[in-house]
Design a protein around this ligand. Sequence first.
Ligand code: TXA
Ligand code: MG
Length: 380
Amino acid sequence: MMTIATQVFHVDPAHPDPAAIAAAAQALAEGRLVAFPTETVYGLGANALDAQAVERIFIAKQRPFSDPLIVHLASIAQLERVAVDIPAIAYALAERFWPGPLTLVLRRHPRVPPNVSAGRDTVAVRMPAHPVALALLQACALPVAAPSANLFSRPSPTTAQHVLDDLNGRIDIVLDGGPTSIGVESTVVDLTQSPPLLLRPGGATVEALRVLLPELKTPEAPLIASEAEAAASPGTLLRHYAPRAPMVLLAGETETALHFLRSAVAALNERGLRVGLFTTDEEAHSLADLQARIVSPGPQRDPAAVARHLFARLRALDRLGVDVILARTVWGKSTRAGLEMAIHDRLFRAAEGRVLDIAAPDALDRLLELLPYRKNTQSD
Ligand code: TXA
Ligand code: MG
């Protein structure tokens, strides 16, 4: 594809400059691509009513055309422009959670081009809670299709720099409104199924949703699909948010982990592999002497901080040039609550589903089996 000059506008996240917003809105109206901050991650926006503009999103991101996009709205009143047969519960959820990190899957209005939803008769919608996103949506007065503004399968962008690292020269404008506050994407709930189904855990917690939606169905384990199946149940592709080096998720108690990681790092070093360790502040502190590059998104007791820094730290691991990544998932399945569900889901996908129970007696052998010995040749 042709390289285009990507323009960056620095805007005050609370009071964005109307001139920058107007320029970005104009670009959207002309069918061009604008990356903007939301409260979750940066989105890559195009006019949702313009099939050609929407197609550009897929090309810029190298996203498969089978993976549908979320349409962003400036108000609840705009729902009827993009969806039909809207159930009462959709309005109730919107009143309670919008603007905010909840995406609802509804029946698509025929005026929304099919490629927005990858040919489905449904459409995903949300109203973001970020002054820059809202100012842009109001100024352009259009529904805006916007997936996360990263290259397909890379960690989602939580700063304008992440957007540029992936998409510089491929999109028209980036509105730089600083780092995003939630850090993981919106929760996606399909209201066209009965009972409603959680498609993706995210910024809005299942506990909060269940107050209005007690019948909400949540999958036991993260929804996983092969590439073929993903076409039927979008957004469930395993390889997602992934750093370049192969990653294994280590599940188990901290006591066990501190012990296991010592032998694991030594065994990997012996095989000539540079190890990246992704863990919490608490564990990182106890492991500082290991021959590994240690990265932490935050303290275990503060899931909001972990969520906020998760993707940035995964990207940081890439720059350290490690060959393999051992990542800790510290929250037990039964105790996982609130944002921990979304955090675990993103780590699970970044690890392409490789999870190791470190309490198992043969855990070290299993680890060596799980890791594809792919040398990291990327240097950036
Ligand atoms: O927080 C967010 O949701 C961010 C910001 C930019 O708003 N956006 C985002 O978009 O994460 P994206 O494209 O990276 O993820 C959209 C998710 C995907 O899992 C997609 O498959 C699902 O929503 N989705 C979109 N339309 C759908 C539909 N019609 N039916 C089922 N799932 C859908
Ligand atoms: Mg995405």
